[in-house]
Ligand binder design. Sequence first.
Ligand SMILES: [Zn+2]
Length: 67
Amino acid sequence: MSAEQKIPNPGSPEAVSQGCRCPVIDNSHGRGYMGMDGIFVYTSCCPLHWPEGTELGPFVAKEVGNG
Ligand SMILES: [Zn+2]
């Protein structure tokens, strides 16, 4: 038990319920981009996965417009 917050995968129901705005379908509902393990698509305005100043890791960082 620690105070560390676990951030759910982008597009997963858990993440969406916490305000995630990343693509759900593209991330296969949190399993990965097009089903690829560990690869995710992020939306630049997502407050959960791409807050301002956050360095993105080795994953697909795809900016997705909101319409
Ligand atoms: Zn997100």
